[in-house]
Design a binder for this molecule. Structure first.
Ligand SMILES: *[C@@H]1O[C@H](CO)[C@@H](O)[C@H](O)[C@H]1NC(C)=O
Ligand SMILES: *[C@@H]1O[C@H](CO)[C@@H](O)[C@H](O)[C@H]1NC(C)=O
Length: 229
């Protein structure tokens, strides 16, 4: 992503996200409470950019499933019943996801889904899509006959990073502007990987599955370290 020699999105941002998850879960720890409280008032981040699968998708999958003409079960109850007034939002959940709690903990709006949100993305964008893979979808379709099962859909980490690249010019123009803007953004990468395995069981041998594990891990690691600037 981006030009060589420019700044990396610090891996610490990803670590920070994980720490926040821990903080949200173990609120009984006084330290975590202090940390969470200090984040709520004038926190360190002005925006959140998220990538992943159904664990993080806040509403992109209905759009993508629409492209492929696939019925989307999450668009009916009980999805959305616990927090969103009974209205399905496209989340694979009846309430909020970890990314929602993180956004709220940081005093930011729930991260808007890139493919369906009509407003501004200045406070963040969510590129995660339920059913997404880490590896290219084409990797799983090798040898498929025409009309074969469309899963995994073409919404891998690489495609999501492509959408981010597409959005970037609307957020900042010069290198300095982008550095300032993304310097105050939280990048949240994951979860990725479950679907890569899920789509492979029954289609590939255990030996073939084991063989792509290093590639998958490398793809996710590289994605998490992709250059935002
Ligand atoms: C994934 O697909 C993209 C094009 O969409 C291509 O540039 C890239 O090399 C592919 N990666 C792998 C590992 O096949
Ligand atoms: C997958 O999507 C990317 C980005 O939209 C596109 O460039 C690529 O051609 C697509 N690949 C397939 C196999 O449809």
């Amino acid at each position: 992503m981006g030009g060589g020699g420019r700044r990396l999105v610090p891996a610490a941002f990803v670590v920070a996200a994980l720490v926040l998850v821990v903080a949200a879960v173990f609120v009984s720890s006084a330290e975590a409470e202090t940390a969470a409280a200090s984040l709520r008032g004038g926190g360190p981040f002005d925006s959140i950019f998220a990538f992943g699968d159904s664990f993080t998708d806040t509403g992109n999958n209905p759009v993508v499933f629409g492209w492929y003409d696939i019925f989307d079960v999450v668009m009916r109850p009980p999805y959305g019943m616990t927090f969103f007034g009974g209205l399905p939002t496209g989340r694979n959940c009846n309430g909020r996801l970890v990314i929602d709690f993180i956004a709220q903990g940081l005093g930011l709006p729930l991260v808007p889904p890139y493919l369906s949100h009509k407003g501004s993305f200045r406070q963040g964008a969510n590129f995660a899509v339920g059913s997404a893979t880490g590896l290219n979808s084409s990797f799983f379709h090798i040898g498929d006959a025409p009309g074969a099962n469309p899963f995994p859909l073409n919404i891998s980490l690489e495609v999501q990073l492509g959408w981010f690249e597409e959005l970037k010019p609307s957020l900042c123009e010069t290198d300095q502007e982008c550095k300032d803007f993304f310097g105050r953004s939280l990048f949240f990468v994951g979860e990725f990987g479950i679907n890569d395995y899920q789509y492979s069981f029954g289609k590939k041998s255990m030996q073939e599955i084991r063989a792509f594990v290093p590639d998958l891990i490398q793809t996710i690691s590289k994605g998490a370290e992709a250059r935002a600037l």
